[in-house]
Design a protein around this ligand. Structure first.
Ligand code: ADP
Ligand code: MG
Length: 724
């Protein structure tokens, strides 16, 4: 085997845990939960009562922040952080790269007499000023217009990030330009939450909730990821630079035995998960479930849902902590949507609902047909997705996710809604006059007397739907594993706000000040809504060809890839919608389009360059070495008067030639840049660059199956996925 592969395998087999084992009986998880968070209890303990109360009003009711409290908060936060070993503070923000960004400042400042003092006042808490020009702005800022501000998000608590050499106080912030335009993912998310609150309350008021408290969306994100040994990772330039393998023949054993899903978790992986969870607990992230996923080397974790803004910040932290802790255990955590071709990729199911602190507005109860309020909110979601499925699709459009969507392991690019039998029946009854009954849940009989009777849900589940109602929430399943959930949440919140706004207007018109008319008004509005929007409901197999044909008849868009999907960000319908609810202005929408298109082009171009480099400098030389060995053997046989069998040599020679040809084509394609619009460029990348890369890979993967294992330079799928 090539030395890098041998070293990698040796390192994996000789791996010894280096860390001192965690001890959960000495320090139970419940004692650790939130210890690194400037949490409610810390605030209550350390802040003057009036300040604490003012802060809670902003957090709990969305009231305007009273700036006079900031000084007291800053002092308390600083003291708490320094007591906990912090040397620096950082405004953490969420630029449009999809990653977190942070700028660290020391607490210490010169006191003017040659000494230093710990400085951190309201000014530093509330506002930071990182240079905005080096973050994607999509034309919102020119390079010389550098000013950008971060603003303290009071609703997401500050926390401390540990490092063996000291800790840092992290303050979640929103990031905007000098002109007040959103340069990040948090500003639009907060704006969308505000829009949802306003419109949902309008509807709730009609149902008699005059003071329901803040209405907000909730999110629970299931994160899928791969863990592979770090030695393999470092022997793969494609994984290091593109986060996915650009070469790799399908291993003899993949996932066809279906023995991975929920299988026993390997020891090192479990150890890593335990520490990841512990670190997340400390940061107040309520992680809950873990299991083996379908593909070898693939796992999933999910927290208990939270307020969508907080859940989004926590989701970023989850990705960071997963990657950091994996390193400690000698592994690399891969969050890419498709690290290995031919093996399932990774997604991030986004469970989403809306509610107040007291009620989940998507909870149907045991007799959903008579739960008018639930039906109204549910119908609002159906209308929202029917009218703006294209926009929802665009929020998950990026190069990585193109490998997943519609590939029989993830939902198709057609956005439809799964309701399940029970709700579908109710909505059908509504469309035909009125809803009178709901299917009852009942009990399951397994036929073994010693087993307890199991309560059975009223409907089955459907794994193939992109947007499925799952009991008391919707599950948006098209989100990619590596991406921020902020974008999808922004759109879900806004389109829901729009539907609720529409419904409130319709209901108010019909009720006309007489609460006695509520029931019939609701019946009428629901009937209309169902009739108009039922074509988005689909309970069948979303992977089937028949559905693709049916979706065309129903006029549901099928935006197959990122280049098809992203232009909907510019459509008049969507631009109007987003600016109507003050979530994203037309300029901000356009900037997002530019940024995401550019990103697509860059992602694929980097992959193409890597493909070229690896094929030329690694795979081709290995091929020639083997060719030489075969040729020498043939020559020797000939000298001995034996018949030199040339079959393999011919095959290798043919493939070597094909590889060279494919390399030349790829190089030419990389050089020809279309000089038209961003869309032209992206289309060129999709239609020419990706196929040219594919051709190089195809030949290289065939070579992998022919060239002597001794010479093959890259760790194979077999090694990366199965040696743990
Ligand atoms: P499954 O794999 O069956 O889809 P999981 O238990 O892994 O289910 O994940 C379900 C996720 O949905 C969890 O994160 C859970 O907290 C979340 N969830 C449950 N109720 C709500 C809700 N009302 N709003 C948002 N998310 C929710
Ligand atoms: Mg799920």
């Amino acid at each position: 085997m090539s030395s890098s592969r041998l070293n990698a395998v040796a390192a994996v087999t000789n791996y010894k845990p280096i860390e001192k084992a965690l001890n959960f009986s000495e320090t139970p998880s419940k004692d650790l939960f939130g210890i690194n968070v400037f949490s409610d209890s810390v605030m209550r303990e350390r802040l003057p009562k009036a300040v604490y109360k003012a802060l809670r009003r902003t957090i709990d009711n969305g009231e305007k922040l009273d700036m006079s409290v900031a000084d007291a908060v800053a002092v308390a936060m600083r003291d708490w952080a320094i007591e906990n070993g912090a040397t620096h503070y950082a405004h953490v923000f969420y630029p449009l790269t999809g990653q977190t960004a942070e700028k660290h400042d020391s607490f210490l400042e010169p006191n003017g007499n040659g000494g230093v003092l710990a400085e951190f006042s309201a000014r530093q808490l509330i506002q930071g000023e990182p240079d905005a020009s080096s973050f994607p702005s999509g034309g919102l800022r020119a390079t010389f217009e550098a000013r950008g501000y971060t603003a303290w998000d009071v609703t997401s608590p500050a926390f401390i990030l540990e490092n063996p050499n000291g800790t840092t106080l992290c303050i979640p912030t929103a990031f905007c330009s000098w002109t007040g335009e959103a340069l990040d993912k948090k500003v639009p998310l907060l704006r969308s939450m505000q829009a949802l609150n306003t419109t949902a309350r309008r509807v709730l008021k009609l149902f008699g909730h005059t003071n329901p408290g803040l209405v907000f969306s909730t999110a629970g994100c299931e994160q899928e990821y791969f863990l592979i040994d770090r030695n393999f990772f470092f022997a793969r330039p494609d994984l290091i630079n593109a986060s996915r393998t650009l070469f790799g023949a399908k291993p003899p054993k993949g996932q066809e035995l279906e023995d991975q899903y929920f299988g026993a978790i390997p020891e090192r992986v479990l150890a890593c998960m335990l520490e990841t969870e512990r670190e997340l607990y400390k940061l107040g992230v309520p992680v809950k479930t873990r299991h083996n996923e379908v593909a070898p080397g693939q796992y999933e974790m999910a927290p208990v849902f939270e307020n969508a803004n907080l859940a989004t910040d926590h989701q970023y932290l989850t990705m960071t902590v997963l990657q950091r802790v994996a390193q400690k255990y000698g592994m690399a955590c891969l969050l890419h949507e498709k690290p290995f071709a031919g093996i399932n990729g990774s997604g991030k199911h986004l469970n989403w609902s809306i509610g107040t602190r007291e009620m989940n507005l998507l909870e149907p109860g045991s007799t959903p047909h008579s739960n008018m309020q639930f039906l109204v909110f549910c119908a609002a979601a159906i209308r929202a997705v029917h009218l703006h499925g294209d926009l929802l699709r665009a929020t998950v459009a990026h190069a990585g996710n193109d490998h997943r969507l519609g590939a029989n392991e993830a939902p198709p690019a057609i956005i439809s809604v799964y309701l399940g039998e029970q709700l579908t029946e109710i909505f059908e009854q509504l469309a035909n006059g009125g809803a009178r009954s709901s299917r009852a849940p009942g009990f399951l009989n397994v036929g073994v007397d010693t087993l307890p009777p199991l309560p059975k849900d009223a409907g089955d589940r459907n794994r193939t739907s992109p947007f499925a109602f799952t009991g008391n929430k919707f599950e948006f399943r098209a989100v990619g594993a590596s991406q921020s959930v902020a974008g999808p949440l922004v759109v879900l919140n806004t389109i829901m706000a729009d539907s609720l706004n529409y419904i409130a207007t319709q209901l108010e018109k019909r009720i006309d000040g007489d609460p006695g008319k509520l029931n019939s008004a609701v019946q009428d509005v629901l009937r209309e809504l169902v009739r108009e929007h039922k074509s988005v409901i689909f309970n069948g197999d979303n992977y089937s060809e028949a559905w693709h044909a049916e979706a065309v008849k129903r006029d549901l868009p099928n935006l197959r890839n990122a280049v098809d999907a992203l232009p909907v960000l510019l459509s008049e319908k969507n631009v109007t919608l987003m600016s109507r609810y003050s979530v994203l202005s037309p300029r901000e929408m356009e900037s997002r389009y530019e940024i995401y298109m550019e990103r697509y082009i860059k992602d694929v171009t980097v992959e193409a360059r890597l493909t070229l480099e690896i094929a030329r400098t690694t795979i081709f030389p290995a091929t020639v070495k083997y060719q030489h060995q075969l040729a020498s053997a043939a020559l020797a046989l000939k000298q001995l008067g034996k018949d030199p069998c040339l079959t393999v040599l011919d095959e290798v020679t043919g493939l070597a030639r094909n590889l060279q040809d494919a390399i030349v084509v790829l190089e030419k394609t990389l050089e020809t840049r279309s000089d038209g619009s961003t869309l032209d460029h992206a289309t060129h990348v999709r239609d020419h660059l990706i196929p040219a890369m594919g051709r190089v890979r195809e030949v290289a993967d065939r070579l992998e199956c022919v060239v002597s294992d001794e010479f093959w330079p890259l760790p194979t799928y077999q090694e990366m996925l199965f040696i743990k």
